[in-house]
Design a protein around this ligand. Structure first.
Ligand code: ATP
Ligand code: MG
Length: 245
C-alpha cells in the first residue's frame, strides 16, 4: 500500500527556493534514505511532511487521504512523527518522562502512557537509563532518546533527521540495528543521513535532493553510480583523496 504521496511540494523562504515541486511516493514498510548536500532542503521536506511548516503549494496524501495543511499535532495523531536534527531533551525530566510525553497522544492513563514509553526505551536501548535526568545523556544516548520520544507516539511513518551525525563508529552500528528493528516491527522509515555507508545499507530506496529539487531516486546501487548525484554530492574517490591531500 502507498503510505505517503508527496505531489509537487513547494516551499520558499524569502529568496530561497527550499523545495521546488518535489514529488515522490513511500510504500508501507519501506526504509527510504533522503540524502543531498547541506541546504538541499531535506529538513524542510520533513518540516513540510509533518506539518511543522505549511507548504506553499502541492499536496500531501497519507494512507490515501489528502492531509495537506494539517498541523504537526494532527499529523502525529494520524501517524507521522519525526525526530529533530538538533537534540533537545527535556533536561530536568527523567528519560522515562521524556519518552512518556509523546505516548499521551494515544493513551489516556499515565500508566498506559508509561508502558508505551518503556517499550520505546527498550527498542532504543535506553531502558536501563529510564530514571536518569535528560540532561546527563551523552550525544549517542540523546539521539536515541529523540527516537524514543517520536516512537512513543506509535507512528506508522517515522521521519529520522540525521540521527547518526556525530556518533562514533560503534554507535553508528548500534543505531543502524535500532532503525532496522523499528522497521521490522512494521514502522515505515524515512531517514535523512550524511553517513553514506549507513544510509546505503539501511535503505530500500534513496531519494536525492539538490537545491530543493529531486535530483534522483533509486536503489543504493543506482544512486551510487548516478553521474548527476556524484557531481552534486557524492564526489569521486579521486576527489576525496585530493581533498585530504
Ligand atoms: N525556517 C527557515 N527560514 C528561512 N530559511 C530556511 C528555514 N529553514 C531552512 N531554510 C533554508 O532553506 C534551505 C534548505 O534548508 P534545510 O535545512 O532544509 O537543508 P538540509 O538539506 O536539511 O541541510 P543540512 O544537511 O545542512 O541539514 C537552506 O537554504 C536554509 O537556509
Ligand atoms: Mg537538515
Amino acid at each position: 500500500m502507498m503510505l505517503l504521496r508527496a505531489d509537487n511540494i513547494t516551499k520558499r523562504f524569502g529568496g530561497v527556493q527550499a523545495l521546488d515541486h518535489v514529488s515522490f511516493e513511500i510504500a508501507e514498510g519501506e526504509t527510504v534514505g533522503l540524502i543531498g548536500p547541506n541546504g538541499a532542503g531535506k529538513t524542510t521536506l520533513f518540516n513540510c511532511i509533518n506539518g511543522t511548516l505549511p507548504i506553499d503549494s502541492g499536496r500531501l496524501y497519507f494512507c490515501g487521504n489528502d492531509v495537506t495543511g494539517r498541523k504537526s499535532y494532527q499529523m502525529t495523531a494520524l501517524g507521522i512523527c519525526r525526530s529533530y536534527q538538533v537534540v533537545k531533551p527535556f533536561r530536568r525530566m527523567t528519560v522515562l518522562q521524556n519518552a512518556t510525553v509523546g505516548a499521551f497522544c494515544r493513551e489516556k492513563s499515565r500508566k498506559a502512557a508509561e508502558n508505551t514509553a518503556l517499550e520505546a526505551l527498550r527498542t532504543v536501548g535506553l531502558y536501563e537509563k529510564r530514571d536518569e535526568q535528560g540532561a546527563v545523556l551523552n550525544l549517542g544516548e540523546s539521539k536515541r532518546l529523540e527516537i524514543a520520544k517520536a516512537l512513543s507516539t506509535r507512528p506508522k511513518l517515522l521521519l529520522l533527521d540525521e540521527v547518526m551525525a556525530g556518533l562514533l563508529p560503534a554507535e553508528v552500528k548500534a543505531m543502524s540495528a535500532i532503525i532496522k528493528g523499528i522497521n521490522r516491527a512494521g514502522v515505515t522509515v524515512i531517514l535523512i543521513e550524511h553517513n553514506m555507508e549507513a544510509v546505503m545499507t539501511l535503505s530500500d530506496r534513496i531519494i536525492v535532493l539538490n537545491f530543493g529539487k529531486k535530483l534522483a531516486e533509486g536503489t543504493a546501487a543506482d544512486i551510487a553510480a548516478d553521474k548527476a548525484v556524484i557531481d552534486a554530492y557524492l564526489g569521486t574517490e579521486e576527489e576525496e583523496n585530493h581533498a585530504y591531500n
